[in-house]
Design a protein around this ligand. Structure first.
Ligand SMILES: [Zn+2]
Ligand SMILES: [Zn+2]
Ligand SMILES: [Zn+2]
Length: 418
């Protein structure tokens, strides 16, 4: 049901644009009508405040009006073709096909909703929302200014002019709700991307369960680092080899899955930085378990065998969670408070394996891999050490991305960004 609404967003924008066009034409008609009164010296066009309001009015409704005109033109053109093809049965099917093509044409849809498809927005849905929100808010602000100007214009006792400028104010006022509706549609569009709920989260939207505060967000898999394109300006991965951005979304979205956000724990401990004591780790599990974590936090692994003892396990990169974890389908990137750390190598494994005895003196066991530092891992004793996380559900387990068409939203971008 919801994906149906998401896919018809351009239609709602189109309807609102046509509404704006109609209101705009009504205002134009009212303005010209009152200006063409018999006594031209006292026409509305002589009142500078009303003229200023009228110009501002058109500036603020330029974009929706252009869109409305475009839709009108498009439907007239299609209507003409259908009428013409009535005589010929053969071309009729052809025309219906063309009409459907036009309506489902994504660049046209984007043009209708004035939605820029800059490559830099692909991985940054928030930027697209903010730029559109600023644009819409400016429009709404201008409308209010226009309404005030129309309503407060002085007409030196000319009742007729007074009335028509009052009705211009009203005609402008009725377009404010449609601008607010556009803002709401944009917000919904943004929420689907940035406050994403994967298809495997079966909880009803209004069901009582809420995500934990520590759960920052689900990231739809098509936003992940492997989908960045180094050849496409704006959509390229993070260029820094030694990137110090510890933002979990940044790590997941702008780096490949082999990226290790931090050096080995022993080196991190030596460098005194603001993040002293925390470390970024990756945890792989099943989609159902990941959803359950979002609601109820991590659970300790208590089933033998456990190499570093009982607790919650993390690796240094997404890539190195593969093969290690017993379940798959979801990856969690978490910021972990390390606390009291015991660093061990192979020889000390027997002291911690399959046991919780180390819990008494340590919070974390950090295992230094003897040959490959990339394969280090660590185990913590309590989920209270986990400060926050983001989760990605992998492609085979999440159907929502393709259902909503999120992964193809930017595919057929033409002329740079439309
Ligand atoms: Zn851009
Ligand atoms: Zn980076
Ligand atoms: Zn653009």
């Amino acid at each position: 049901m919801c994906w149906g609404f998401y896919k018809t967003l351009p239609i709602y924008h189109g309807v609102l644009a046509v509404y704006e066009l109609i209101c705009g034409l009504i205002r134009l008609g009212m303005f010209l009508d009152s200006s063409n009164s018999i006594n031209t010296t006292k026409s509305l066009r002589k009142n500078s405040q009303v003229v200023a309001a009228f110009i501002l009015d058109w500036i603020s409704s330029m974009v929706p009006t252009t869109m409305g005109l475009f839709i009108l033109f498009l439907s007239l053109w299609c209507g003409c073709r259908i009428l013409r093809s009535h005589s010929c049965q053969d071309s009729r099917r052809h025309t219906n096909l063309r009409l459907r093509d036009l309506i489902s044409n994504k660049p046209i849809q984007r043009f209708l909703i004035f939605n820029c498809n800059c490559p830099c927005y692909i991985a940054r849905p928030k930027w697209r929302f903010l730029s559109r929100m600023i644009f819409t808010l400016v429009t709404i602000g201008l409308r209010f200014l226009v309404i005030i100007l129309y309503a407060t214009a002085h007409h030196d006792g000319n009742e007729k002019n007074h009335d028509s400028s009052q009705s211009l104010a009203v005609a402008c006022g009725i377009t404010v709700p449609s601008a607010i509706l556009i803002l709401l549609l944009d917000y919904y569009h943004y929420r689907v991307w940035w406050h994403y709920v994967p298809s495997c989260d079966q909880e009803p939207v209004c069901g009582g369960r809420r995500y934990l505060k520590k759960h920052k967000r689900f990231i739809p898999y098509h936003l992940m680092g492997e989908h960045r394109n180094a050849m496409r300006l704006g959509n390229e991965p993070c260029p820094a080899q030694y990137c110090i951005d510890r933002n979990l979304e940044h790590i997941m979205i702008f780096h490949y899955n082999t990226f290790r956000p931090q050096a080995r724990w022993s080196e991190v401990r030596q460098i005194n930085d603001n993040h002293l004591g925390t470390y970024v780790g990756f945890h792989r599990t099943s989609p159902a378990a990941a959803v359950s974590i979002a609601y109820t936090d991590f659970q300790l692994s208590l089933k033998r065998p456990q190499m570093l003892g009982f607790g919650i396990y993390f690796a240094r990169s997404i890539y190195h969670t593969m093969g290690k974890a017993r379940r798959e389908g979801a990856v969690i990137c978490a910021e972990v408070l390390m606390g009291e750390v015991r660093e061990i190598e192979n020889a000390e494994l027997p002291f911690v394996s399959n046991s919780d005895l180390w819990w008494m003196t340590y919070d974390t066991i950090y295992y230094r891999h003897p040959t490959d530092p990339n394969r280090d891992e660590f185990c913590i004793k309590s989920n209270t050490q986990i400060l926050k996380w983001v989760i990605v559900i992998e492609q085979p387990y999440d159907t929502k991305v393709t259902q909503y068409g999120l992964n193809t939203e930017y595919d057929d971008t033409q002329c740079e960004c439309i």
